[in-house]
Design a protein. Sequence first.
Length: 477
Amino acid sequence: MPSDSIAGFLDTAKASRVLFPEQVEHLIRQPDVPLSDLSALCSYLQERGVLSKFQADALREGRAQELTFGAYPVLDVIGPCPGGTAYRVLHPSLRTPLVLRRFEPNGFAPADTPQAVVERARAFGTLAHPNLLPLLDAGVHHDQLYAVLEQPADAAPLDALVQEVGGAMPGFLAAEYGWAVASALRVIHERGGCHGEVRPGLLLVGPLTTKVNPDGTTKRRPAPNASVKLTETGLIPVREPAAFSPPPAEVLAYLPPERLDSAERSPTGDLYGLAACLYLMLAGRSPFAAETLDELIHKVRTADPAPLHAVRPDVPADLSTFVTRMLAKQPADRPQTASEVVAGLAPFCRPGVVPVVAPAPVPMALPLSGVGAAAAPPTPSAPPAPVVVAIPLDGEPEPDAWGVDPRVFTDAHDAPDEAPRQTRRRRMTDQEKRRAKLWLVVGLCLHLSAMATAAAWLGGCFNSSQNTAPPARPAGR
């Protein structure tokens, strides 16, 4: 039987919905469960993944009220997030892992408020699009605002993958990723909203595969069916101008120049952030890098990034020019809508990866007015079809580090607009050419041998029977 302290520990765990009653009954019946030492029991449960260290410590220290928030069992503290603290929680009934954010009353001061963030999250965080990570819940519990998001099990931020893979991605794959994000931004912009912070750290790529290197280390890369999702929709707070209150360098390097002196967000600012992400994907490095925040602010305001065609000569010139236009310092010099970016990137994607015909417009609710809303939203349209990227073609060699063959790139400008684009065939190596010639000669010899054998057989060369008359029967008596 468990000791009094252990019995109280298990009762508190059940009352806090950390453990189900059937789990406790099953544990008590196990022969190897240490029921006389609370510390040993906690270690036993942690080793088997039944409890997290956060849960065990909270139960032992009398902080059981921290183990649930609303109906969500809390597994662990992730750490600070914009405006508050993020927690790893479970779905109340499905028990799937989620992320819960609890916002502090003054967490977004002075430029924003938690109420405005939750309002934007409800308006834009639930938009249905295959390349948006959806918001699952948002509201108020015990006078504290919160939001609940999905936690992808097998995905990684784009900037982490670029570092881990250690190089730029093929041009067509970068165009497909950019196309997918632009199509998601189009849905947000057409409903009168803005994302506010498009950067690689908020682009999740997954699912992933793990490759074992010769030295035994592992490296992740996108799986053949990987896709990219834009996160934090509706949850980006309105911040003070970056020049007065600089954000971290990984955020500042992807902010448009106008955000240095103004807190106002715009669709063209989102497109600038997407262009900076495209630059990272194509060049393998951020468009701007500096040792100090002041130097980085100066570069974002005045400097031009190194030309893409100089960093990556293999990238089509038209794609390089289009990304450079998206990175223009003046908003008026950039593409004005996400639809324009979708159309501009489509020619550089592989045939069949992106939809060819735009979806028909459908009536939508009126856009949200208020903080973070665009002034004049264009005519809304239905969300585009799901975008699946990084699909290698059949018969191609082993994919490169990004999960695709880098030689598979179709330049849409090589063929007339009315003609369907054809995938370029891979050139044969010299060894493959010699092998093909050898098999051609062998096949020709076999064919000639078969023809000669057939002619000989028809001519009777293989008939060895003798034409002798049968012996005559003796006449009967």
